[in-house]
Design a protein around this ligand. Structure first.
Ligand code: UDP
Ligand code: LCN
Length: 816
C-alpha cells in the first residue's frame, strides 16, 4: 500500500468481496457490547473457521496494522498505524459494512464513551497543538523521522534561494544579535544591511588572504574591525578565511553543506543550562537512590562532552582568550541529603573546567526550604516557584542569559520551558523515558492511577514542554517512532485522551522537524575494552575478586549467594546490572537461568542491583522485586551458581567489573521488559563484553542482532535463555566466536555511540534551531501564547491538586 492510499477508500470494496465472512467477524466483535479491543483480541476473536480467510484478507491487513479498536455497537472504530508515525482512523458499521474515515478527535470521542467520568454530557476540553503549526515543514517518510536538522537546513536553504535578499535579512538580524555579554561577536551594528555585510565579507576575504595562513587573529583584529567585523571568525587567518567564505556562500548560494558548516562555526552557543530537577543529582553515592539512574550518568557525561566540544569550537573561533564556555546543571537542593552532596548549593563537575551543579531548593507554602526528597511523581506543585528561583540564580551566576537551556524528563522539561520563555532563549528537550508508554492505557485510565502517579500533571506538562521546545533530542529512532509493530514513545502522544480531563486532538507530530536523534555514549576513560591491558585498573582486581567470588559469609550485607566454581575453573560469567525495578526484569533473568539447566551448566550468573534487605528499601516496587529475588534463589536452589550483589555506585570499579567479566569470556544481559535507551548496553559493549539485550526499546537499535550482539525477547524467557546458552555452547566449540562478537560490538560503538558524535550534533542543533526560532516569528509566538494559556488554565490547576508530599515526613516513592 502506498502512503497516499487511504484505508477508508479501499476498504469498502475489499469488504464486499467476502461480505458474508466479514459480517460474521464484525458481528462477533460487537456481540460483547462496547469495549476497547487490542490488535491481539481482534485476531483471536474472529470466528474460528474464518481465521484463515481473515488473515489473507484486506481486513486481516487492517487488523495487523490496528493498534486498538473501539467497539460501540453497531460500529467498530479502528486506530490504524500503517507505518511508524502514520495513523488513520476509520469507523465501520458492523451490519452494513460501510466505512467512514474519521478524525483523531472523533476517534478519541468514541473512546471516551467507554470510560465513565463525572459528566459525560458536558463537553471536554479539546486541545489541538498542531493547529498553529501552519507553516512548519514536515518530514514525509517514516524512516526520515528524527532527521529534523537536515530538513530545517534544506528549508532555510530553499527559502533563501527563492528570494535571497529578503531571506538573508533574518540571518543578518541573527548575526547582529550575537554577543557575549556586552561584546558583539562576528559583526557590529555598522553592517545593518545584507549588502553592506556582503561587501565587508569580500574586503575581509582580501585582507586575510593577503597574509600567511597561520597569522594569528590578533594581528588581523584591527583591520577586520574597521570593516565592521568583530571577534569570532577564527583563531588564524586561515580559519577566518574559511568562515568568511562559508558565510559568503550562505548569503549567495546556500547549500546544505555550507549551512551546516556555517552553523557549526558560528559562536552562538557558549553558555548552556541543563535542568534535571527531581532526583538526588550528584557525582557520588547517588546511583541507586530513588529516581536516579541513567539520567544522572547521562547528564554528567553529556556535560563533559559538551564542554570539550565547546572549548574546541571556541579555540577555532579565536575566542579562547576572551570567553569561557559555561555549563550549569540545575537541580534540587535537598537539605536531608542522606550522606550525598545534594545539600551543597554549588559543586564543580569533576573532570571539567567550567561546569558546575547548581542546587536550588524547593519552597514550601510558607516559603521555607523543603527538606526532604520528593518522588518525581509528586513534585508538580513545586516547579513554578523552582523555575523562578533558578532563573534568578542562573542570571546571577552567568551574569546574563544562557544561550541554550536543555530539560531532562518531565519536570526538567517543564522548568526549561518556563525559563526559556521568560529569558527568550533556545530550548532543547530530552525525555530519557516518557511515562505514558510504560503503563498500559495510562491515558484513559489516568484517574485510577492519579493518586499514585499524578499523570494528569505529567502528561499535561509533557505536552507543554514538547510543544514549547525548539528541538527534541532522542537517543534512538524507536524512542520517537517505535518500530513496525510498536508505536514510539513520542508517537504515542500524537492523539490521545484523558477522559474527563482533556482530549489532545493533536499532541505532537513525530514528522515535525524538531525531532532529532543524538545517541549518547559511555565515558571511554571508564568504559574501555578489556584488551587495553595498560589502562586497566588492576589495583581494583582484589576487591572485584572478593565481590564476585568471595565467600558468601564475608561482607554478607553486600551480596547474597556464591559461585562454587571459582575464577580458576574458567566458567564464564553471565552478568547483569540495573536498578531493581520491575521493568528492568532482573528477576525475570534469574528465573530464566533457574529454569535452564543447559545454561546453568555453561555459565555462572552475577547480578548487580537494588538492596538485598527489603526492610531497608522505601520503594514499593523495589521491595517486591527484592522479595522475588530471594524466593527465586531458593526455589531454583541457585546458591553456588549465583552471586547477587547490591547496587554499586563506584563507576570506575563498575567499568573494571565489566572488563573482569569479559576476562572470563562471559556476556552481559539486559533483560528489561522495556528499555528507553539502555546505558548499560553501551557500557558493556565499550568494554568488549558480548551483549544480549531486550528487543523492546532502545537496545534493539543499538545492537544489530547476531552481528554486534544479540536481541532477546523478554517475554519469552525460554527462547532467550536458549539463545544465550547456544552462544556459550558455540564459544566452547569455537573460541574465536567470542572474540568476533566482542570486536563487532566495539565496532558498532565507535561508529555510532560516542559522546564526541553526540556533542557535535547537539551544539549544531543549538545553533540551527536558535536561528530557526527567529523565522516565522509571529506564528511561533501565537503558538507560545496558546501554550501559555494552556499552562495557566490547565497545568496550574492540576498542580494544585497534588498533595505537597515533601512537607510531610518522608513518603515511599511510587517509582516506575
Ligand atoms: N548503575 C550503577 N550501579 C547499579 C546499577 C546501575 O552504576 O547498581 C548505572 C549503570 O552503569 C548505568 C546507569 O546506572 O550507567 C543505568 O542506566 P540505564 O540507562 O541502563 O538505566 P536507567 O536506570 O536509566 O533506567
Ligand atoms: C533513563 C532510562 O530509563 C534509560 O533507558 C536511559 O538509558 C537513561 O535514562 C539515559 O538516557
Amino acid at each position: 500500500m502506498r502512503r497516499s492510499d487511504s484505508i477508508a477508500d479501499m476498504m469498502p470494496e475489499e469488504l464486499r468481496q467476502s461480505r458474508y465472512r466479514m459480517k460474521r467477524c464484525f458481528q462477533r466483535y460487537v456481540s460483547m457490547g462496547s469495549r476497547l479491543m487490542k490488535q491481539r483480541e481482534l485476531m483471536e476473536e474472529a470466528p474460528a473457521d474464518d481465521k484463515d480467510t481473515l488473515a489473507k484478507s484486506f481486513l486481516g491487513y487492517v487488523i495487523s496494522c490496528t493498534h486498538e479498536a473501539v467497539v460501540l455497537p453497531p460500529y467498530v472504530a479502528f486506530a490504524v498505524r500503517t507505518s511508524p508515525g502514520i495513523w488513520e482512523y476509520i469507523k465501520v458499521h458492523s451490519a452494513h459494512l460501510t466505512v467512514q474515515q474519521i478524525t483523531p478527535s472523533d476517534y478519541l470521542q468514541c473512546k471516551e464513551t467507554l470510560y465513565e467520568y463525572d459528566d459525560p454530557h458536558s463537553p471536554m476540553l479539546e486541545v489541538d497543538m498542531g493547529a498553529l503549526d501552519l507553516s512548519a515543514p514536515r518530514l514525509t517518510l517514516p524512516w526520515s523521522i528524527g532527521n529534523g536538522m537536515s530538513l530545517v537546513t534544506r528549508f532555510i536553504m530553499s527559502s533563501s534561494t527563492a528570494c535571497r535578499a529578503q531571506a538573508a535579512k533574518p540571518l543578518l538580524d541573527y548575526l547582529l544579535a550575537l554577543r557575549r555579554h556586552r561584546h558583539k561577536l562576528l559583526i557590529n551594528g555598522t553592517l545593518d544591511t545584507v549588502g553592506k555585510l556582503q561587501t565587508a565579507l569580500l574586503l575581509a576575504q582580501a585582507l586575510v588572504s593577503g597574509v600567511r595562513p597561520d597569522t594569528p587573529y590578533e594581528q588581523l583584529e584591527h583591520g577586520l574591525q574597521e570593516l565592521g567585523l568583530e571577534r569570532g571568525w577564527g583563531d588564524t587567518a586561515e580559519a577566518c578565511s574559511d568562515m568568511l567564505g562559508c558565510l559568503s556562500e550562505v548569503l549567495q548560494a546556500p547549500d546544505p553543506a555550507s549551512l551546516d558548516s556555517f552553523f557549526s562555526r558560528v559562536p552562538s552557543v557558549l553558555d548552556i543550562v541543563i535542568f534535571s530537577v527531581h532526583g538526588y543529582f550528584g557525582q557520588e553515592k547517588v546511583l541507586g537512590m530513588p529516581d536516579t539512574g541513567g539520567q544522572v550518568v547521562y547528564i554528567l557525561d553529556q556535560v563533559r562532552a559538551l564542554e570539550e566540544e565547546l572549548i574546541k569550537r571556541i579555540e577555532r573561533q579565536g575566542l579562547i582568550n576572551y570567553c569561557t564556555p559555561r555549563i550549569l546543571v540545575l537541580t534540587r537542593l535537598i537539605p536531608e541529603a542522606k550522606g550525598t552532596n545534594c545539600d551543597v548549593p554549588l559543586e564543580p563537575i569533576h573532570n571539567t573546567k567550567h561546569s558546575s551543579i547548581v542546587r536550588v531548593p524547593f519552597k514550601t507554602q510558607h516559603g521555607d526550604d523543603l527538606r526532604h526528597w520528593v518522588s518525581r511523581f509528586d513534585i508538580y506543585p513545586y516547579l513554578e516557584r523552582y523555575a523562578e528561583d533558578s532563573c534568578a540564580k542562573i542570571l546571577d551566576i552567568l551574569q546574563g542569559k544562557p544561550d541554550l537551556v536543555i530539560g531532562n524528563y518531565t519536570d526538567g522539561n517543564l522548568v526549561a520551558s518556563l525559563v526559556s520563555r521568560k529569558l527568550g532563549v533556545t530550548q532543547g528537550t530530552i525525555a530519557h523515558a516518557l511515562e505514558k508508554t510504560k503503563y498500559e492505557d495510562s491515558d484513559v485510565k489516568w484517574r485510577e492511577m492519579e493518586h499514585k502517579y499524578h499523570f494528569s500533571c505529567q502528561f499535561t506538562a509533557d505536552m507543554i514542554a514538547m510543544n514549547t521546545s525548539d528541538f527534541i533530542i532522542a537517543s534512538t529512532y524507536q524512542e520517537i517512532a517505535g518500530s513496525k509493530d510498536r508505536p514510539g514513545q513520542y508517537e504515542s502522544h500524537y492523539a490521545f485522551t484523558m477522559p474527563g480531563l482533556c482530549r489532545f486532538a493533536t499532541g505532537i507530530n513525530v514528522f515535525h522537524p524538531k525531532f532529532n536523534i543524538a545517541a549518547p555514549g559511555a565515558d571511554q576513560s571508564v568504559y574501555f575494552p578489556f584488551t587495553q591491558k595498560h589502562k586497566r585498573f588492576t589495583d581494583l582486581h582484589p576487591q572485584i575478586e572478593d565481590l564476585v567470588y568471595g565467600r558468601e559469609e564475608d561482607n554478607s550485607d553486600e551480596h547474597i549467594g556464591y559461585l562454587e566454581e571459582d575464577r580458576r575453573s574458567n566458567k564464564p560469567v553471565l552478568f547483569s546490572m540495573a536498578r531493581l525495578d520491575k521493568v528492568k526484569n532482573i528477576t525475570g533473568l534469574v528465573e530464566w537461568y533457574g529454569q535452564n539447566k543447559r545454561l546453568r551448566g555453561l555459565v555462572n550468573l552475577v547480578v548487580v542491583g537494588g538492596l538485598l534487605d527489603p526492610s531497608q528499601s522505601k520503594d514499593r516496587e523495589e521491595i517486591e522485586e527484592i522479595n522475588k529475588m530471594h524466593s527465586l534463589i531458593s526455589k531454583y536452589q541457585l546458591k553456588g551458581q549465583i552471586r547477587w550483589i547490591k547496587a554499586q555506585t563506584d563507576r570506575v570499579r563498575n567499568g573494571e567489573l565489566y572488563r573482569c567479566i569479559a576476562d572470563t569470556r562471559g556476556a552481559f544481559v539486559q533483560p528489561a521488559l522495556y528499555e528507553a535507551f539502555g546505558l548499560t548496553v553501551i557500557e558493556a559493549l565499550n568494554c568488549g563484553l558480548p551483549t544480549f539485550a531486550t528487543n523492546q526499546g532502545g537496545p534493539a537499535e543499538i545492537i544489530v542482532d547476531e552481528v554486534s550482539g544479540f536481541h532477546i525477547n523478554p517475554l519469552d524467557g525460554k527462547e532467550a535463555s536458549n539463545k544465550i546458552a547456544d552462544f556459550f555452547q558455540k564459544c566452547k566449540e569455537d573460541p574465536m566466536y567470542w572474540n568476533k562478537m566482542s570486536t563487532a560490538g566495539l565496532q558498532r560503538i565507535y561508529e555510532c555511540y560516542t559522546w564526541q558524535i553526540y556533542a557535535a550534533k547537539v551544539l549544531n542543533m543549538g545553533a540551527i534551531y536558535g536561528f530557526w526560532r527567529t523565522l516565522d516569528k509571529e506564528e511561533k509566538q501565537a503558538k507560545q501564547c496558546y501554550l501559555q494559556m494552556f499552562y495557566n488554565l490547565q497545568f496550574r490547576k492540576l498542580a494544585k491538586t497534588v498533595p505537597r508530599m515533601g512537607e510531610q515526613p518522608e513518603q515511599a516513592s511510587a517509582t516506575e
